[in-house]
Design a protein around this ligand. Sequence first.
Ligand code: BDR
Ligand code: CA
Length: 306
Amino acid sequence: MENIWIDCDPGIDDAVMLATAAAHRDVLHIWGISTVAGNQSSDLVTENALRLASLLKMDDVPVARGAREPLIRTKTDASHVHGENGIGNCVIPPAKHSESDKNAIELMRDAIMGLPEGETMTLVPTAPLTNIALLFKVFPEVKRRIGRIVLMGGSASAGNATPFAEFNIFADPDAAQIVFAEHEIPVVMCGLDVTRQCILRKEKINEIAGKGSAAQRAMAEMLQYYATSSSYAPLNCVLMHDSCTIGYLLHPEFFSGRQVTVHVVRQGENMGQTVCTPGGNVLLLDHANVEAFEQMVIEDICNKSF
Ligand code: BDR
Ligand code: CA
């Protein structure tokens, strides 16, 4: 069992990531889900995370709200890709549970420090890194109990928010620099170099739509919206950026990369760029087995009982 904590901003691809994680609770112990303002406001992404957790039969997993804004910058969002409600305007029934009374940072600290002696937590951030940076600054004692961070963010090639920057890093470059500066913690960077290969062909969305459960219908509806958004309308596929993290945890053999050190540009027109230099604590993924990854996502959504 791998202990994981998911930090996300659902988000259509975050929703699919939650489904891929929920499909593997036999090998992934999900201690909590935290939210951060990113694709949409803190209120919307927190509500979405709660409803998705319920829909995916994860009512036992606490959902906690984290940062409502980036550390320093003005908040930006990605509603042009994810819709006004953050999940393609899909309506999911209200959750059975409410958000935790505790802030995400506190709840993460409690979960990490409460792990049995000798065990560590894997952090899985698929959103701006504001919560993780705050966690390190407020509770630095957690760092020795974090086994690794498997994150979606950054790019050693072109960006998507700007020609240089990927959205999650661009949205809070200061937080990202704090996280990448922790050279003692191994990081797996699922950036655009690899997530641009993590495709789901549009024709496959119909396979999901044909399945019966409410969760499967909701996934298909969100994916249909994603497919018609300005980013994907001209393409025959959509990108499953955030599911790459869970894909790597379950099947590292689907991926390859190289060790680098990452520095985040925080000024000027390259703001949010992740500059990667050879050697270091970050495994920068740059290749994926495209067919195997797509197959995994489809099977996880179609064949599991949620
Ligand atoms: C990342 O940005 C968000 O819009 C997605 O959810 C993903 O985490 C891709 O750049
Ligand atoms: Ca995301």
